[in-house]
Write a protein that binds this ligand. Structure first.
Ligand code: AMP
Ligand code: MG
Length: 270
């Protein structure tokens, strides 16, 4: 069931995706309370595999999360990483580059924070911003961003070849649901800090962003670093789907606790 579901959400290499044609409110027949309970089970299984990954200490996982504002990137991080050993996880949130970052190529700051062997790294936004917001807002000329799809595929291939499993999720929220969440953010003093007026500028460019997402997902979903389009209008569906993707990735890697280098029978602990 899960395999079939995840397979249906995966962007097949070489295919052309139109995210606006995907259902953002899908529930896959799940019940909210059951899905929340299942999430805890999935996270518990991720935790077991994460410990093995850490013990094995030769490979890593990179989960890239991309989405429009208020789609739930932060909520996904919290929902699926709570319950894991923090020592084995790193989360990096990418903002607009500043300082030294602007003095280098766009992948420089990314490679540096790619997950260390034995760990799971999560990117909240990523190098994809360099073909998304950068493209939509004309921060660099088309001749520059157009080359980046191939560069990103090559970069992710390098990570893969060197032992990092790369998996990427696009949290697909509808424009209506984003409006509702923005209203909630503005109305709630504890959430207001999350809202910036610039978010409305991006919202006005919704069609251009969707076009940029379509291009990014279509051009960079590969066998070694697939994209998944995750319905994100319902937080509980979104969290469970992303958790299942992470679990399936770890199960496929099947990390192993290394063979003992000691003979337990020879050890005397006084
Ligand atoms: P948020 O994730 O909502 O806190 O906002 C981070 C902001 O940084 C977003 O508006 C992104 O578009 C922006 N950002 C992230 N990476 C880049 C980049 N490489 N170039 C320009 N803006 C970026
Ligand atoms: Mg924002």
């Amino acid at each position: 069931m899960t395999d079939k579901l995840l397979n249906s959400l995966r962007v097949k290499p070489g295919s052309t995706v139109e995210v606006s044609k995907h259902d953002t409110r899908a529930t896959f027949g799940w019940d909210k309370d059951e899905a929340k309970a299942e999430l805890q089970e999935v996270v518990a299984r991720i935790d077991v595999l994460q410990e093995r990954l850490y013990a094995e200490a030769t490979r890593s996982v990179l989960l890239v999360i991309q989405a429009m504002d208020a789609a739930g990137k932060d909520g996904t991080v919290r929902g699926i990483l709570s319950g894991l050993n923090p020592a084995g996880v790193s989360v990096t949130s990418f903002k607009a580059p500043g300082g030294r970052e602007t003095q280098h190529d766009y992948l420089w700051r990314v490679h540096e924070v790619a997950p260390a062997k034995g760990t799971i790294g999560v990117f909240n936004r990523s190098h994809y911003e360099d073909v998304l917001v950068v493209r939509v807002r004309n921060f660099v000329p088309p001749a520059v961003w157009r080359k980046r799809y191939d560069q990103i595929v090559a970069f992710e291939r390098l990570l893969h070849d060197e032992g990092t499993r790369v998996v990427k999720v696009f949290l697909n929220v509808s424009k209506d649901e984003q409006a509702q969440r923005f209203r909630d953010r503005v109305a709630d003093p504890t959430k207001r800090w999350k809202f910036r007026e610039g978010d409305l500028e991006d919202r006005k460019l919704w069609p251009q962003f969707m076009k940029a997402y379509d291009a990014a997902l279509s051009k960079t979903s590969t066998a070694h670093a697939p994209w998944y389009v995750v319905p994100a209008d319902r937080n509980w569906v979104r969290n469970l789907v992303v958790a299942k993707i992470l679990l399936a990735t770890l199960e496929d890697m099947d990390p192993q606790i290394p063979e003992p280098t000691i003979d337990p029978a020879s050890i005397v602990i006084e």
